[in-house]
Design a protein around this ligand. Sequence first.
Ligand code: HAM
Length: 440
Amino acid sequence: MTSKKLAAVRGMNDLLPAEAPVWEWFEARVADWVRSYGYQLLRTPIVEHTELFVRGIGEVTDIVEKEMYSFEDRLNGENLTLRPEFTAGTVRAAVEHNLVYEGPRRVWSAGPVFRHERPQRGRYRQFHQVNVEALGFAGPDIDAEHILMLARLWKILGIGRVRLEINCLGAADERARHRADLIAYFEQHAEKLDADARRRLHTNPLRILDTKNPELAGIVAGAPQITAYLGEGSRAHFEGLQRLLEAADVDYTVNARLVRGLDYYNLTVFEWITDALGAQGTICGGGRYDPLVERIGGKPTPSCGFAIGTERVIELLKDAKRVDVAPFTDVYVLHQGGPTAIRALLLAERLRDAGLDVILHAGEASLKSQMKKADASGAEYAVIVGENELASDGAAVKALRSADPGAAFAQQRIVPFDELPDALVEALMQAEQAQERTET
Ligand code: HAM
């Protein structure tokens, strides 16, 4: 009797080999990119105390109200949560290990995050973020650094047509005055608000500005805007940022209704948006969160950061077809079982010692069927350790894809085992040069 097949949890995806090259390409470029700005890896656990996110992200946010994967530890009853974002955990770690008291810190991390949202294209329950934080920096220069970093990343990745929206959410007292006026304004229009907006009216009126309900567009358009409440310090910070963006030739628009979905922000917030992905077009969001370190038990530490939605960027990379997803290896080693299998295994190890990528045929099969597998593996060369070849202490080598008829091994020929590693390394280098010549 066969058992029923099991499926993955809804909204949580497998990364299959066919798609892996795009992820690996992206991750390699991200690692170089953060290093080029002096950011160091700070990796935190996926599970944290629920309290951290309630305090950090804010009790009256969609994430904390309805999207967290929380559970009770079976042994000690602790309330734990799968991280719905990186910032709170990063700040917790920095405070716990006194990182910020030794001076400002530039840190980054990447990995899965979890939110119980309704899955659709570009919106998942387990998704991935690349997260960057600068802890202990007060000026708009670091806000600008983050935005410039991102502009550079889009260029490195070859992603065009992403636009930048920025806003200034002001300081605590300015936000409080804006909030009071917003509540008064929305109360006047209470009968036209939807259930969500009515629920948020007294707890988080700022989020009504962010509504996706087109019927509220008119009311939202007439609502008081934070810009009118900004004091001199906030205005100077925002203008400072804009001056730097202009000096660096970064295009942006100021969107006075950009509020972000997490409660820790003040002053600068920003999002990068594309029209190429439908409704889930925000590929990156971030901003300044000066009050957060104190909320999590540290000393006041002005900070800012951002997170990139990896699945959304991968989708853009796939559309742009920048990354070669065809399988590839240097060598596929074939054999005829028995003593040839042992010789092939030792040879494969020797070739790997020489720095080659090698797939060794496993199991028994005809040479013809092994040759088909060698072809499908994307290997540049087939190396055949047959009974005849073994008798002459060598292996037959055949180029599988070199377009150059003059190339080494265009015709199959036998090479002594001792000479094989060097011969293959040399042939691969020549094939690469020939490839470069045809490309230019
Ligand atoms: P966030 O805007 O909640 O910010 O998330 C950042 C990015 O994650 C979004 O712009 C989007 O690309 C992606 N994202 C969010 N939800 C989903 C989902 N359900 N499925 C797929 N992708 C998603 C933060 O998380 C802040 N911690 C960013 C930050 C860091 N601010 C300061 N430092």
